[in-house]
Write a protein that binds this ligand. Structure first.
Ligand SMILES: Nc1ncnc2c1ncn2[C@@H]1O[C@H](COP(=O)(O)OP(=O)(O)OP(=O)(O)O)[C@@H](O)[C@H]1O
Ligand SMILES: [Mg+2]
Length: 473
């Protein structure tokens, strides 16, 4: 369970609120019930005292004390009902006192005697020495013959307490159960409600500048999540459009630059050819202008290549081809370049490795990597190229014994225009675009490119592509 997820937090909040509300409700019910029970108990005591007076004590001079005590025992059965009844004359003589109740909660003999005389009826709590509490109602009563009595009726609080204890127990057991049910129910509901968010998140994590044509899933629920997904999709659409515009712009710009550059180059070359009678200084200037035009042409060509790759043209002409053969023939074409620097160029791997790719683009990958290997390896060094199958993938490795790449530069060499040593690269005619083209082509072919390098010892570039599927399938 992810404790930082919205659904977990919501379920927790929900449970905490519910628990709080239930506790408040429980407390209110407890207090309300306690008051109600106490009031009804008091009312029943008052009623009983009055009825003893009105029915029995009122005519006591005629019926006699014995009759009254018998009647109380018979009609009110205090021992069975757990009640305390005591009738006292004004002079303090006790006419009646109830016996030990059936459940033995209190001892009637220990109830403190009344403070006579009592002029008004009142109720009060009596604390017994054993800790029990009684609610006692005392009613002064005058019989028909004018004699004064005090009728006391009491009941133990534990009758109320046992009801309240039952209520507490119900709450105590019910509350955790309800809260647990609420948490699990809430969690499941939230999970279901937030599932589209997870789907949107997963899809959003996959979308990059290379697959901006893809869209987030929209669940037609009409709620905030549908609107969120729709609005995010509109945003991706606008981003896609901007990307297209930028690409179109750089493709158009490079294309437009090509023609005047070719003309300029041609004119400079023709001047250079007929410049034997010009002063040496001017000849040198023309030479360096020509060199810069070559560089500029290369940058323009590379930029055009990148914008075409970005526009999805990296796999324009897909065909089945032997990667090993392609690497071998490209290496042969570049052998002259290596020989000029007395670099030994090895070509390994006789087995054919079929891939499905755009041949011109794949060749560009090999050319760019070999060009770098030769360019950044000092004279008499060694460059080796091999193609093989590894774990069901087509692998091209180009290793050199060149200058290597520092740890700081390594993460950036695939960035556009990044050159580890600007002065050296520029001197060698580098634009810093070769490896970024390599990476774009590899990614477009569902492949990847990795590099290992030690400064001063050499580098190894490792390309992986999916092998072509078996023809029979
Ligand atoms: N085999 C290598 N050995 C050492 N450094 C390398 C090697 N390959 C690339 N680099 C470093 O990575 C940088 C980027 O390479 P990339 O091919 O993108 O640009 P470049 O070779 O400078 O120019 P371009 O390829 O456009 O002519 C290079 O400038 C160089 O510093
Ligand atoms: Mg290069």
């Amino acid at each position: 369970m992810i404790t930082r997820s919205i659904r977990f937090r919501m379920a927790l909040w929900y449970a905490a609120m519910l628990a709080g509300e239930l506790v408040l409700f429980g407390a209110a019910s407890y207090i309300g019930l306690e008051r109600y029970l106490q009031k009804s108990l008091e009312e029943s005591l008052v009623k009983q005292a009055r009825s003893i007076g009105d029915v029995l004590i009122v005519n006591i001079n005629q019926s006699g004390e014995d009759y009254v005590t018998n009647e109380i025992t018979e009609h009110y059965s205090p021992e069975i009902n757990g009640r305390f009844i005591r009738v006292t004359r004004a002079d303090g003589r006790q006419i009646f006192i109830s016996g030990l109740p059936k459940d033995g909660t209190f001892d009637p003999a220990r109830v403190p005697p009344p403070q006579l005389p009592v002029s008004r009826a009142f109720s009060h709590e009596v604390e017994m020495s054993d800790g029990h509490e009684l609610l006692l109602h005392a009613l002064p009563y005058e019989s028909r013959d004018g004699a004064h009595f005090l009728i006391e009726v009491a009941a133990p609080y534990n009758q109320i307490e046992s009801v309240l204890r039952g209520l507490l127990l119900t709450f105590g057991l019910g509350l955790p159960l309800i809260v647990t049910l609420a948490i699990s129910g809430g969690y499941v509901l939230m999970r279901r409600a937030l599932r589209p968010v997870d789907e949107i998140r997963q899809k959003a994590a996959q979308i990059s500048s290379r697959n901006l044509s893809e869209r987030l899933p929209v669940v037609r629920t009409g709620d905030e999540l549908e609107r969120l997904a729709t609005d995010l999709n509109r945003m991706i659409e606008r981003l896609e459009e901007s990307f297209h515009q930028i690409n179109r712009f750089s493709a158009d710009a490079s294309h437009e630059l090509r023609t005047p550059l070719t003309v300029l180059q041609g004119e400079l070359e023709s001047v250079a050819r007929t410049s034997s009678n010009l002063p040496a200084e001017i000849r040198e200037t023309i030479g360096s202008a020509l060199e810069e035009t070559h560089r500029l042409t290369k940058i323009v060509e590379n930029l055009l290549a990148i914008s075409r790759l970005e526009a999805g043209e990296a796999r324009k002409q897909l065909e089945r081809l032997d990667f090993a053969e392609l690497a071998r023939s490209t290496a042969d074409q570049m052998r002259l370049l290596a020989e000029e620097k007395h670099i030994h160029l090895d070509c390994n791997g006789a087995e054919s490795v079929e891939v499905e790719a755009d041949p011109a683009r794949l060749k560009q990958v090999v050319v760019n990597l070999l060009d770098n290997a030769i360019k950044y390896t000092p004279e008499s060094g060694r460059v080796s190229i091999s193609v093989m199958k590894q774990d069901g993938r087509a692998v091209l490795e180009i290793a050199d014994t060149g200058i290597g790449i520092s740890r700081d530069d390594l993460p950036h060499i695939f960035d556009r225009f990044y050159r580890a040593d600007k002065a050296r690269s520029r001197e060698m005619g580098g634009t810093g675009l070769g490896l970024s083209i390599v990476r774009s082509i590899c990614l477009a072919h569902d492949g990847q490119v990795k590099v290992q390098s030690t400064e001063g010892q050499g580098s190894m570039f490792h390309i992986e592509l999916p092998v072509a599927r078996d023809k029979r399938n």
